[in-house]
Ligand binder design. Structure first.
Ligand code: FAD
Length: 365
């Protein structure tokens, strides 16, 4: 993990602000991150990955989250793509697609549609098999990383159930259009994707076709939720570091800001928020690594807690840095914009609350 964290730190350097302002990470940097296995570090060594467990990958994700929310977003979607292939692919599919994801290519994961956001059962994208060919038709929105991707992991209806198909981004009938000016994670390459009777070989249809959409999507989202949660712990770390450094040196009313009690309380609350987020992440990752049945629920808890804490914590950090942080591109300004979006994705705060209430009500999972 230490080597991976160092490699990640070298790739980002001091360029996160520049990427955020430009709304773009250089393609070669994205490919290099993929080639080094950093974007989906849980993929096994036999497929060219780093073979990290969930905890170690989580720490790497938090490190990315503290440096650059956009690169961390690409890690989340690449990891989710890889996990979906790992979970639902045959041995041949794993052997075909995973080495591409650790060998310089990237993937976006496409669930959402204009009419199917929180409610994925409303998906209209149709996946249909006709002999050796699979046809895919539909329109996806806000696919993270799609602007950089050579592969799209597309969820859609399949007869009475659902399916996942791996679509090359350059297949005839695929059109990728960047989401203009996203509020946060601005360099994460979000794009809308139009699929117009796209034809791919049947070998691109992951096994598990026909399963209920909830089952297929939840498996992928569990990885995504955990990854977002760790990323939010990283956002909190960056906010804590910025506020600690600033309040030690900036003086008002004849003493450092940190010596003013109301500011000190902000520091204490940020420190606790980071710890709370981290503990929830560590617990959920332990559930993943020990294959425990409560993983699904604990991933929701971690994502819910960490994204809310990061949203509050980033607002606090902007408050404490005041004019020093009120500039686009500044780490706390990026944190403020990026963190809020983490309350929307992979199951919004409200959807998380519904899932957790359902868990309490039924006593399941
Ligand atoms: P809606 O579903 O319309 O919800 C609007 C509001 O209503 C929300 O506050 C929601 O919590 C609330 N709400 C909805 N239903 C209920 C309910 N039953 N009870 C209470 N409240 C409810 N999609 C992908 O497929 N792939 C990606 O890689 C991807 N990346 C994204 C990255 C970013 C930065 C963003 C902003 C979005 C991304 N999305 C992606 C889309 C994302 O998954 C959806 O935005 C999300 O599922 C919410 O859907 P929606 O925006 O349509 O909101």
């Amino acid at each position: 993990t230490a080597d991976a964290a160092t490699a990640l730190g070298e790739l980002v350097g001091d360029r996160a602000e520049e990427w955020d302002l430009a709304g773009r990470i250089p393609g070669e940097t994205v490919r290099e991150a993929s080639r080094r296995g950093l974007l989906c570090a849980q993929v096994a060594a036999e497929h060219g990955g780093l073979g990290l467990d969930s905890r170690a990958n989580g720490e790497l994700t938090a490190h990315a989250g503290s440096l650059c929310g956009s690169l961390r977003s690409l890690m989340t979607s690449q990891g989710m793509a890889a996990w979906t292939v790992q979970r639902f692919g045959t041995a041949v599919q794993r052997g075909t697609f995973l080495p591409r994801l650790t060998g310089g290519e990237t993937a976006g994961v496409a669930f959402s549609e204009s009419g199917a956001g929180s409610d994925l059962s409303a998906m209209r994208t149709e996946i249909r098999r006709d002999g050796d060919t699979v046809h895919v038709t539909g329109q996806k929105v806000w696919v993270t990383g799609a602007a950089y991707a050579s592969l799209l992991v597309v969820f859609g209806t399949y007869g009475d159930g659902a399916a996942v198909v791996v679509v090359p981004a350059d297949a005839p009938g695929v059109r990728i259009e960047r989401v203009p000016d996203p509020m946060g994670c601005r360099a994460a390459g979000h794009a809308d994707v139009r699929l117009d009777d796209v034809r791919v070989p049947a070998g691109h249809l992951l096994s598990g076709a026909g399963l209920p959409v909830a089952l297929l999507a939840t498996a992928a989202l569990t990885y995504g939720r955990l990854s977002v949660a760790w990323g939010c712990a990283g956002i909190l770390r960056a906010c804590l570091d910025s506020t600690a450094a600033h309040t030690r040196t900036r003086e008002q009313f004849g003493k450092p800001l940190a010596d003013h009690q109301l500011v000190a309380r902000h520091l204490a609350e940020l420190a606790v928020a980071e710890q709370v987020a981290l503990r929830c992440c560590e617990h959920a990752s332990a559930c993943w690594d020990e294959n425990r049945p409560e993983l699904g629920t604990q991933a929701v808890v971690a994502k819910y807690v960490a994204s809310r804490e990061a949203t509050k914590g980033a607002a606090t950090a902007v408050q404490v840095l005041a004019s020093r942080g009120a500039r686009d591109g500044h780490p706390v300004a990026r944190a403020y914009r990026d963190a809020k979006l983490m309350e929307i994705i992979e199951g919004s705060t409200e959807i998380s609350q519904l899932l957790l209430a359902d868990h309490v009500r039924t006593g399941r999972g």
